[in-house]
Design a protein around this ligand. Structure first.
Ligand code: ADP
Ligand code: VHF
Length: 253
């Protein structure tokens, strides 16, 4: 039976476990889950974390425009981020590869074909593509996006079965409960319009897009009949648990 495809988007907050450095433990947790699911699922990862990885090592002169500094930090941090993935995944028998993409790559037929061809060869040969925005040439995600839209565009292009967006909440909470000790997760969404009133504008410490950019991403995948799951990536085994419905998360169908 053909394996199902999961596009996993993981943001800086999850990768750092809300600290100021990339968590090797979280990356190991991802690898353990991907290895456990290897017979049934193939994974493509969209990972942020380049800027967070650099910030743990360097401090750049901040007189330039903020976004230029972020681009430079991403350039410094990206190879470190990949090294950490590589080191942790290798021990679990998983191979990694890096793809840097930007929105404009999804606008031309030829570049879209090139992305699909490259990723299909990688996946067929058991390499896990780890995608990030090419922050040297594009600034969409470090300004607004959270890599969420990039993840959705990639999910559609690669025709995945599920887009999992890992974040730091148990999915989308109802607006009334958001500040409660135990906020209430909206478990199933059919109509994205109904969600607009639930969205606060807060973002987490490293985050850029908040819940709004996740909903916009879900709209892109929904239009292509791809489910989006918004899951708390801070939990260990969050993918395994979501697949078994053992944790609360939001499923947008
Ligand atoms: N209805 C909601 N339910 C849950 N989180 C919400 C909601 N509205 C706004 N948020 C905010 O969105 C944040 C997640 O987005 P973001 O900070 O960009 O995280 P990430 O780095 O994981 O992409 C949450 O931590 C929360 O502060
Ligand atoms: N390309 C950037 C993404 C920046 C970003 O803000 O994304 P996210 O951590 O998902 O909110 C990086 O790797 O740091």
């Amino acid at each position: 039976m053909a394996k199902k495809r999961i596009l996993l988007k993981i943001g800086s907050n999850t990768l750092t476990k809300e600290t100021n450095h990339i968590s090797r433990g979280k990356i190991e947790d991802l690898g353990i889950q991907i290895a456990a699911l290897n017979d049934e699922y193939e994974f493509i990862i969209v990972s942020s974390g380049a800027i967070a990885a650099a910030k743990q090592f360097v401090k750049l002169d901040n007189q330039d425009k903020d976004v230029f500094v972020k681009q430079a930090l991403a350039s410094i941090g990206q190879p470190h981020l990949m090294r950490i993935y590589n080191e942790n995944f290798k021990d679990l028998g998983l191979n990694t590869s890096q793809c840097l993409l930007s929105y404009s790559d999804f606008e031309k037929e030829q570049t879209k074909k090139n992305i699909v061809n490259t990723i299909n060869v990688l996946v067929k040969n058991n390499y896990i593509p780890i995608i990030n925005e090419n922050d040297t040439v594009a600034t969409d995600e470090i300004r607004f996006g959270d890599n969420d839209k990039l993840a959705a565009l990639t999910a559609v292009l690669l025709n995945v079965d599920i887009l999992i967006i890992a974040t730091n909440t148990n999915g989308i909470y109802t607006k009334n409960s958001i500040h409660d000790e135990n906020p209430e997760t909206i478990k199933l969404v059919n109509d994205l319009k109904s969600l607009e009133k639930e969205i606060g504008d807060s973002k987490s410490s490293h985050g850029t897009g908040g819940m709004q950019s996740k909903i916009e991403a879900a709209a892109i995948s929904k239009a292509a009949n791809i489910e989006t799951w918004i899951v708390n990536g801070l939990n260990d085994n969050f993918i395994l648990k979501a697949l078994k419905d053992e944790i609360p998360f939001t499923r947008i169908v």
